[in-house]
Every structure is written in structure tokens, then in C-alpha cells.
Design a protein around this ligand. Structure first.
Ligand code: ADP
Ligand code: MG
Length: 708
């Protein structure tokens, strides 16, 4: 609908000789929002699909084709504003074969004037059978004179945005296509070897395909023109990937090569044996840390798969090698839990661990900073306060980021710069210049590998794909909230058996105040309903010390029921808790539900998760709850989530930049990926000029960003 309004407006504007040009700057800003800045940006803004405006269909045929789209042209025979059932503009047009009604529910006064009887109009839309015969509702249209030429190519439809209409985009792209200094980054010999068509030919074809072009191969992107674009894009990805790898290797880090006393003592002191998956991942980390260039590894593992201990063992290697390790968590609760647990493991082995969060008093903060700066603290655990400017590490060798997807881009950047600041900042790292810490990121939101590669230029991935033994799978039930009383009874029964219970309050995105209120109310309600139990409450607005006190009491089984907001979503580990109730589960995202549910099922007792919902449920909400009921597998759930939400939102990447791949797909374009990989190696070895030109064309400003 907006498109038709724009077209109509610009069509009428065209008729006036005094047409005002839109002021250049705001429009430029709007284009920039779509990522369109340079000529090449416009040229590479390829159509999503096409409309066929190359032929006029006689109205009688159009009417018979009811339901499908057609373009018709005729003389206006009637134009009136009707008021029933609501105000609308009704225009009748006719050609030699039949007549069709055009119906506009929203219209401008100027349109009423345009539609004078006797004027000629060209309209395009789906034809429907209305009460008075064939009609089009809100067609795209323009006023024409008899014999006005038809386009000779299919009309491209672009991804447009706020304030940027198709018409504006088409014009701007046409200008760019005309002005561009065409140059193919691939030589004719290479193209013929790869059986690809030329760049200019491919681009021009995609923007203006002739009427007889095979629309199917255009839409499915199998057309040779698309193959060329996809190949170029994949080549750019491979080049930038390899370059990022090379740059990382060139940076240099200190090899943390000692797996010594601490590692061994720590391993011996563990109350359990590592799973095979943990062993495998630990071996990958050990090997990486021994390299003299910085590791950049993402450790993925389902909730409860035991990532923490693997990370702690990696930290032990850094310490054994004479360096510091830092562990950063996204919430105070989680950082606190890591601190208690890991410090308890390591303190008996003579290791000093410092604790640093934003909520420390100034004096405590100074003390922690002093421990870190002197190197006395071999391990530092905290929130993102760790990467703030005032913190100077004596010799940081490894930084571990837990639940890394919870950190914003700014924080990830600052982390990277923290490493880099060693270049200028003197002695953050031991002796050698330019050394930066190894980096281990952890996430329980498993990203399919191909997707990770679409978004991150240079990241190795390790996967823990096995849960520690002795866990009984969590049973998940979806329960209508009208059965709350029964649920409360169930909580009571579980507590009497010595089990602990989480009660998660609904997510209220619009209002944090309301969310807190609900949590407080729920706490009061449960305390009243369960007078013989001790019920605690934790939420984001508690002071850190209060939070710690509540979490500590729950961990030590002094509280049987913990009413909580989503502050407990990530990481919290209380193995004796085996019942979880989530209220208004329909409001949560799939990955979030899985994370929350992961707070139970951590001990040997059979665990249950009750998802309370309020009906009626929409289609997606129903799908989410069904998935939760049917699956405990984080990877399967992540795939489903991805499918329901789309990759941008899934990765939280919407604000953090575009995916590196817009056209190609790492799964379905395997052959092209392989060819691109080979050519990338060859070009990097022999042809730096082509590498530079190709990357400039495809990555522009994006490459740097994607390395974060
Ligand atoms: P996540 O991967 O979600 O961060 P954690 O590291 O918190 O999981 O581990 C979950 C629980 O499993 C912890 O209580 C931890 O001590 C325990 N755990 C980890 N590895 C093993 C193992 N190999 N055998 C038994 N328990 C383990
Ligand atoms: Mg964890």
C-alpha cells in the first residue's frame, strides 16, 4: 500500500514542471540506513524479486485470470467517492474488451482530480471478483498518454526502507549503473575456468532482466547471473576470513605452554571425571594456548554441559605458565557464582583470585585493582567492570567471556582493544611487544557452524555435545494457568520431599516497574499459600549484596522456593533445584525458555519444568511451547528458534552489523564455497592487487566490524 501511494505521488509530481528535488542530505541519510553509500553499494543492492510490467493484458483476459496479478490500461469512465461501507474512491476504467473497477480505501484529494473521466490510466495488481465484477484494490498505477512505451525489462523490486520508495531506489540505482567505472576483479581466463559470466553483465542482467528471462531461476538464485554474484560474495568472505586469520597470527600472543603443577593438582581434586566431550575440547584449548598467536575460540555447549570447569582448567594453564587469567560474566549473580565456585576450587591450591564488579565500594575496587596490577591475583573474576579503563593487568594471558552473546558489541570491542592496548600501554603483557591475550568465549546458545561463519570472520568453534553422566532428562509440561492451584500444591509436595523450586515470573518487556511489581506480588502470594516453606525473592533491582545473600541462601538450601525474574536466566547452578515453574511462558523466546529450564536437571534427581501459559495462544507461541515440551536438545531448539526468528534477531546481530553474506548460503552453495576457497588461497599467494580490489568492492566498511 505505501508503495502505491509513493508511486502515485511521484507519478503526479512528474507531471508538474516545477518539481522540487528532495533535499540531498536527508535522502542520503535514508539511503545510508539501508547501507547504501557508494556507487558500488547501490549497484550491489540487488532485487529481491521482479514485477512484470512489460505487457498489457486485455481487461477481459485479466478478469478471467482472477486471483493472479496483471497489468491493464484503459480510459476512466467513472470516478466517484462512495461512503458505504466506508469512505472510498471508486474508479471505473474500460478498454475495448471489458471494464474493471479500481478501489482506493485511502486516497488523497489530488488523486480524485487525476482520475478525471476521460484520462488514461495504467494499473497493476491482483484482479479480484467483487460484487460489481472484476476489480483491483489499491493497485499500483500511473497516469499515461495513449501509446506510452512499456518497460522492456522486468521491473526490479528492491529491499526498501523508511522514506525510500521503490521509485527513488530504482532511479538512484540506475544513476549508479550508468556512472560506475566498470571493472571486473576476475580476469577473463579465470572466469572461463570457473564457468562464470562477467561482473558487469551479471549485475546489469539482475537489475534489468529481459521479459523472457526465466523468473524461476532468478528467484531461486540459480541463474548464472546470481551464481556470479554469489561466487564474488563468497570469495570476499574467504579472503577476509583468511586475512583475518593471518592478521591474528601476525599479532602474536604469549605461548601459555606449561601444563604443570596447578593443572595436575586441579584435575586431581575434581570430584568427577571429565566427559569425553570436555576432554576433547580441553585438548583443543591446550593446543591453542600453546601457540604464540592469540586464540579466538567460541566454546558452545548446551546448558549444564559443563563449560565452566573446562574454562577453569584453561585458566590453570595460563597460571601455570606464569600469566593471569580473567573470567568475565554478564551478570553479577553469575560472576558471583563463578567466583565462589572457582575460588573454592583453586584457593586450596594456593591461587589468589580477585573479584571485581561495578558495585564494589571505591576502596574495595582500589584494592582489587591493586591486586590485579601487581600480578598478585593470578585469576580475576567479575563483570564487564573488568574491561574498564582503570583496570591494568600485570600480565594477562587469557581472557574468558562467559555467555558472550549477552555482551553488547561495544563491550566486545572494548575487550578486543584491551588486548590491543598492550601495544601502546607498556607492560600489560609480559615482555614481548604487541602481545595480546588469548580469548575464550562461551555460549549456551548454540549457533549452527555455518551460521557462525556467516557472521564472524575469524572464530574457531569448539563444541561440548555431551552432558555429564547421571542426569535424568527434564520432563516438561505445558499447563493452562487456570490450574495454578494444582501447580502450587505440586510445589508444596516437591519441597516436602526436600527438592528446591524456582518460580519464574513473567517477562514484561514494556515495563520493568510492572515486572518488579509482579515478582513482589508473586512472592507475597506464594509465601501466603505456602506458610510452612521458606520462599525467597530475587530480581534485578536488588542491591548486589542482597542478591548475593538470597542466592547464597538458596544454594545452601535455606530457601525451598525462589521466586525470580529472568536474572537467573543464565548460568545459575544449584543442582538440588529440580522443579521449575515459568509463568506466562508464552511471552518468552525459545532460547530463553531453554536457558531458564537449564537451571534444573543439574543433579541426579528427576526434574520437572512446568510452563504455565495464558490462552489463547498465537501460532508461533504454540510452536515454541510444543518445541519445549518435545525437546531437551539445545541444538535442535536453537535451530527451531532460528527458523522462527530469522538469523539477525537470533544472534542479536540486528544492531551489530550485517551478515557477511547477503546472497550466498553456506549450506546450499557448497560447490561455490569450495571454488571460492581455492581461488582465495591462490589470490592471496599471488595477486594482492586483486585481493584488495575484490575486498574493497564487497566488504567496504564492513570487514573491520565483523572481526569483533
Ligand atoms: P554450563 O555448561 O551450563 O556452564 P556448568 O559448567 O555450570 O554448565 O556445569 C553444570 C554442572 O555440572 C555443574 O554443577 C558442574 O560442576 C557439573 N559438571 C561439570 N562437568 C561434569 C562432569 N564431567 N561430571 C559431572 N558433573 C559435572
Ligand atoms: Mg555456564
Amino acid at each position: 500500500m505505501p508503495a502505491s501511494a509513493h508511486e502515485a505521488k511521484s507519478a503526479s509530481a512528474k507531471a508538474k514542471p516545477t518539481k522540487q528535488k528532495a533535499p540531498a542530505k536527508p535522502l542520503g541519510d535514508k539511503f545510508a540506513k539501508l547501507g547504501l553509500r557508494s556507487e558500488m553499494d547501490f549497484v550491489l543492492h540487488l532485487p529481491m524479486r521482479y514485477e512484470d510490467e512489460t505487457e498489457i493484458v486485455p481487461m477481459r483476459d485479466a478478469a478471467m485470470r482472477g486471483g493472479s496479478s496483471a497489468q491493464i490500461e484503459g480510459i476512466i469512465t467513472d470516478c466517484e467517492i462512495q461512503y458505504r461501507p466506508r469512505r472510498q474512491l471508486v474508479v471505473t476504467i474500460a478498454d475495448e474488451t471489458a471494464q474493471v473497477v479500481l478501489r482506493f480505501l485511502n486516497f488523497y484529494g489530488s488523486q480524485t482530480k487525476q482520475m478525471a473521466v476521460g484520462n488514461r490510466v495504467r494499473a497493476r495488481s491482483e484482479v479480484r471478483h467483487g460484487f460489481f465484477g472484476a476489480e483491483m484494490v489499491h493497485p499500483h498505477y500511473k497516469m499515461v498518454i495513449e501509446g506510452a512505451p512499456l518497460p522492456s525489462a522486468l521491473t526490479p523490486v528492491y529491499h526498501a526502507g523508511d522514506g525510500v520508495s521503490q521509485t527513488l531506489l530504482r532511479k538512484a540505482i540506475k544513476v549508479a549503473l550508468d556512472k560506475l567505472h566498470w571493472h571486473d576483479t576476475l580476469s577473463a581466463a579465470r572466469l572461463s575456468k570457473l564457468k562464470l559470466i562477467g561482473f558487469e553483465e551479471a549485475v546489469k542482467f539482475l537489475h534489468n532482466p529481459p521479459p523472457d528471462a526465466d523468473q524461476h531461476s532468478l528467484l531461486s538464485r540459480h541463474h548464472p547471473a546470481w551464481q556470479r554474484m554469489k561466487f564474488d560474495e563468497l570469495l570476499a568472505q574467504q579472503l577476509s576470513l583468511k586475512r583475518a586469520q593471518a592478521a591474528r597470527r601476525a599479532k602474536g600472543a604469549t605461548a601459555l605452554s606449561v601444563v604443570g603443577e596447578l593443572c595436575n593438582a586441579f584435575m586431581m581434586s575434581l570430584p568427577f571425571a571429565l566427559t569425553n566431550a570436555q576432554e576433547r575440547v580441553l585438548a583443543e584449548l591446550r593446543r591453542d594456548l600453546k601457540q604464540n598467536y592469540p586464540m579466538q575460540r567460541l566454546l558452545q555447549g548446551d546448558v549444564g554441559s559443563g563449560k565452566t570447569i573446562v574454562a577453569a582448567l584453561a585458566a590453570a594453564q595460563a597460571i601455570d605458565s606464569g600469566f593471569q587469567a580473567a573470567l568475565m560474566a554478564p551478570t553479577e549473580i553469575l560472576a558471583d557464582q563463578h567466583f565462589r565456585k572457582i575460588a573454592a576450587w583453586l584457593a586450596p591450591l594456593g591461587i589468589t583470585t580477585a573479584w571485581l564488579t561495578g558495585s564494589l565500594k571505591a576502596k574495595e575496587k582500589r584494592e582489587a585493582q591493586a591486586l590485579i596490577a601487581s600480578g598478585e591475583a593470578q585469576l580475576v573474576i567479575g563483570t564487564h567492570a573488568l574491561i574498564q579503563d582503570a583496570v591494568q593487568f600485570a600480565k594477562l594471558g587469557l581472557i574468558i567471556v562467559d555467555e558472550q552473546h549477552r555482551f553488547g558489541v561495544a563491550q566486545r570491542l572494548s575487550l578486543r582493544n584491551k588486548g590491543g592496548s598492550n601495544n601502546s600501554g607498556g607492560n600489560l603483557l609480559h615482555n614481548a611487544q604487541g602481545h595480546i591475550p588469548h580469548q575464550l568465549m562461551m555460549s549456551a546458545t548454540p549457533i549452527p557452524r555455518t551460521l557462525a561463519m556467516t557472521y564472524y570472520a575469524d572464530l574457531e568453534v569448539s563444541v561440548i555435545d555431551e552432558l555429564p553422566p547421571g542426569r535424568t532428562p527434564i520432563v516438561t509440561r505445558v499447563v493452562d494457568q487456570t490450574r495454578r492451584e494444582e501447580v502450587i500444591e505440586r510445589v508444596h509436595a516437591a519441597a516436602l520431599e526436600g527438592k528446591q523450586v524456582y518460580w519464574v515470573c513473567p517477562l514484561i518487556e514494556e515495563s520493568e516497574a510492572l515486572q518488579l511489581q509482579t515478582a513482589t506480588d508473586t512472592h507475597a502470594m506464594l509465601s501466603a499459600a505456602l506458610p510452612d516453606l521458606r520462599v525467597g525473592l530475587v530480581h534485578g533491582r536488588l542491591k548486589p549484596a542482597e542478591k548475593q545473600a538470597v542466592m547464597g541462601a538458596f544454594t545452601e538450601n535455606q530457601l525451598q522456593v525462589l521466586v525470580a525474574t529472568t536474572v537467573i536466566e543464565v548460568g545459575v547452578d544449584v543442582p538440588n533445584a529440580s522443579l521449575m515453574v515459568i509463568e506466562h511462558a508464552e511471552r518468552f523466546g525459545l532460547s530463553q525458555l531453554h536457558q531458564l529450564r537449564g537451571r534444573v536437571g543439574r543433579g541426579a534427581a528427576a526434574s520437572v519444568c512446568l510452563l504455565l501459559y495464558q490462552g489463547p495462544l498465537g501460532g508461533t507461541a504454540k510452536e515454541r511451547l510444543r518445541t519445549m515440551r518435545e525437546s531437551n536438545d539445545g541444538f535442535a531448539i536453537a535451530r527451531k528458534d532460528l527458523q522462527l526468528r530469522g538469523p539477525g534477531e537470533f544472534l542479536g546481530a540486528r544492531q551489530s552489523g550485517e551478515a557477511m553474506l547477503r546472497f550466498a548460503n553456506l549450506d546450499s552453495d557448497q560447490d561455490l564455497v569450495e571454488q571460492a576457497r581455492q581461488l582465495a588461497s591462490e589470490l592471496l599467494a599471488t595477486d594482492p592487487a586483486t585481493v584488495a580490489a575484490h575486498l574493497q568492492r564487497w566488504m567496504g566498511h564492513r570487514e573491520e566490524f565483523l572481526r569483533v
